[in-house]
Design a protein around this ligand. Structure first.
Ligand SMILES: O=C1O[C@H](COP(=O)(O)O)[C@@H](O)[C@H](O)[C@H]1O
Length: 241
């Protein structure tokens, strides 16, 4: 499902609304809410809404468990850290217990950390049908999502939930949830805006199937993904209609 917004403020507010709704539904149903945040710049405005009234009071923070969809393998003090961004724009401003926040960063080797993160997820996502209540995703100009980058081996992963690997072009380790786990989520929301995303958005949603080049095509959750896009990102799709 695609929802189109005039500007990033309206789009980010809609994302915050979906967050509040998913959180309350999950807590009503089973007493807790598990969510994976996205990194990059796209979620910042949504975080700022959630950190302020009236949104701040509408989220059951005491019952919320925060994970990440992906991370650059850098300490929490590094400007590249997705967790640092989320702490500064959202998590440091809301009453969430600190032991319910699970950044993708540790002192061990990234591959070992990935295995341990998966074990932690297995303890939190439920036994019978393990799934996140909500996964937020962004999309890069190249069609990547989380750290599922074009042409990487992680795109073929069928078993593991979390994978760390060296991303040669960017000269950095990345750690990411895999498509099989993302697709088990109860709700997946993409936050995508800006002219620079227009070509990739078109290819992902209307182009021929080619997830090696456009990994966002791998995201096909049991319940349809919700794409929140602005008019600039939607431009090529609107021309095609
Ligand atoms: O590297 C990453 O990029 C994508 C897209 O970032 P954005 O700045 O265009 O929003 C992001 O979704 C991912 O979490 C991040 O690690």
């Amino acid at each position: 499902m695609i929802q189109i917004f005039k500007d990033t403020q309206q789009l980010s507010q809609a994302a915050a609304d979906l967050f509040v709704q998913a959180a309350n539904e999950a807590v009503q149903e089973k007493g807790r809410f598990t969510v994976a945040l996205t990194g990059g710049s796209s979620p910042i405005q949504m975080h700022q809404f959630l950190a302020q009234s009236p949104y701040r009071e509408q989220v059951p923070w005491e019952q919320t468990y925060i994970f990440w969809g992906d991370e650059r393998w850098v300490p929490l003090t590094d400007e590249q850290s997705n967790a640092k961004m989320a702490l500064e724009t959202l998590l440091n401003h809301v009453p969430i217990p600190k032991n319910q926040i699970f950044p993708m960063w540790g002192k061990q080797e990234p591959e070992i950390f990935a295995q341990q993160y998966e074990e932690t997820l297995r303890q939190h996502l439920g036994q019978t049908e393990p799934s996140f209540d909500l996964i937020l995703l962004g999309m890069g100009d190249d069609g990547h999502t989380a750290s599922l980058f074009p042409g990487t081996a992680v795109l073929q992963e069928k078993e593991k939930w979390v994978v760390a690997y060296y991303l040669e072009p960017k000269q950095i380790y990345r750690i990411t949830l895999t498509a099989p786990l993302i697709n088990q989520a109860k709700k997946v929301v993409f936050i995508t805006y800006g002219e620079k995303k227009a070509d990739a958005l078109y290819e992902v949603l209307e182009g021929r199937r080619n997830p090696e080049q456009y990994p966002s095509q791998l995201i096909q959750p049991q319940n349809e993904a919700i794409w929140l896009v602005d008019e600039a990102a939607y431009r090529r799709l609107s021309q095609a209609k």
